[in-house]
Design a protein around this ligand. Structure first.
Ligand SMILES: NC(=O)c1ccc[n+]([C@@H]2O[C@H](COP(=O)([O-])OP(=O)(O)OC[C@H]3O[C@@H](n4cnc5c(N)ncnc54)[C@H](OP(=O)(O)O)[C@@H]3O)[C@@H](O)[C@H]2O)c1
Length: 295
């Protein structure tokens, strides 16, 4: 333990540790990065949108963080290689990998384009597996490390307009459970995080209006993920009361079906609300343009 400002005691186990966070340009990844500041690890942040990633980077730099921002697409092999190689060049090791980059797309399965299906599977699952393997090889060599994968609470209550998304996140859970024993033998912990709906850009990207259902405070989730880094465990379900849903869904098929379908219906409504909003916006833009043409 070491002392930080205002006399607060802070666990120093993360001090100087090298932590990679994918998808740190917004949402949960950004919140976790900012929450780690008081522990002073060395951080590598990764995402595609340069402006937003640099915004996170500047906020961290201002607080004196040792930091390496890398702009890249997790689906791109060269970008994944760059992420691992540049991290090792800059900091020498990789202690923690937070596989957070991901996205959802609300859509009825029969209507979903093949491009969107590819995007979901490649971003959420395939790239995660491939990056994890590269990092796991480094961690095996070091004989320590921690891999944290972001799944979703929808794994327990799968919602039909998120079918492919839910499938990728279930695969992440199974992947984590499957590699845990092997990684344990190398001194590496594997954790899976199951968040409920949080207030991030996720819903915008997924094309569904988040006003239509409850969303929780991302900062609280970030604090729990930081705690998970300090004290690794296999699974983290957040908010905590979603553990009750998880327990019930395992015990009652009827409960699982009923609640899953209700969640599915509300996601579909939220998607339709977003589509209507976009339609109205488009029509307004069209109407505003007409007088300009007449003039
Ligand atoms: N918010 C929720 O309700 C919720 C619930 C359950 C699970 N989750 C999971 O939590 C994780 C974080 O999501 P969030 O809620 O924080 O949403 P978000 O605000 O949209 O953040 C997603 C992050 O992933 C990055 N990303 C997406 N595709 C990428 C790609 N191809 N290459 C590199 N980075 C990419 C995005 O950065 P760029 O766009 O700049 O690349 C962004 O930084 C996701 O895996 C999501 O599935 C979220």
């Amino acid at each position: 333990m070491n002392t930080v400002e205002k006399g607060k005691k802070v666990n120093s186990e993360l001090k100087g540790k090298v932590i990679i966070i994918t998808g740190a340009s917004s949402g949960i990844g950004k919140a976790v990065a900012l929450s780690l500041v008081k522990y002073q690890p060395k951080m590598v942040i990764f995402a595609r949108r340069e402006k937003k990633l640099m915004h996170t980077a500047r906020a961290l730099k201002r607080q004196g963080m040792k930091l390496l921002p890398i702009v890249g697409d997790i689906r791109n092999r060269e970008d994944r290689v760059k992420l691992v190689d540049f991290t090792l060049k800059a900091f020498g090791t990789i202690d923690v990998l937070i596989n957070n980059a991901g996205l959802g797309r609300a859509s009825l399965f029969v209507d979903q384009s093949e491009e969107e299906i590819d995007e979901l599977i490649e971003t959420n699952f395939l790239s995660l597996v491939k990056l994890t393997q590269k990092v796991a090889q480094v961690m095996k060599e070091q004989q320590n490390g921690h891999i944290v994968n972001l799944s979703t609470s929808l794994v327990m209550l799968p919602a039909y307009p998120f079918a492919v998304y839910c499938a990728t996140k279930s695969a992440i859970m199974t992947f984590g459970d499957s590699i845990r024993k092997e990684m344990q033998d190398y001194g590496v912990s594997v954790s899976t995080v199951f968040p409920g709906p949080y207030n991030t850009e996720f819903h915008e990207v997924a094309h569904c209006d988040k006003e239509k259902f409850a969303v929780y405070d991302t900062q609280k989730l970030a604090n729990k993920i930081v705690r998970l880094l300090l004290k690794p465990k296999d699974n983290l379900i957040q908010p905590w009361f979603f553990s009750i849903y998880s327990w019930l869904s395992k015990r009652s098929k009827r409960f699982k079906k009923k609640v899953s379908n209700e969640i599915g219906d509300s996601i579909l409504k939220a998607k339709q609300a977003k589509e209507n909003e976009l339609k109205i916006e488009k029509e307004q833009i069209k109407r505003e343009k007409v007088p300009a043409i007449i003039q």
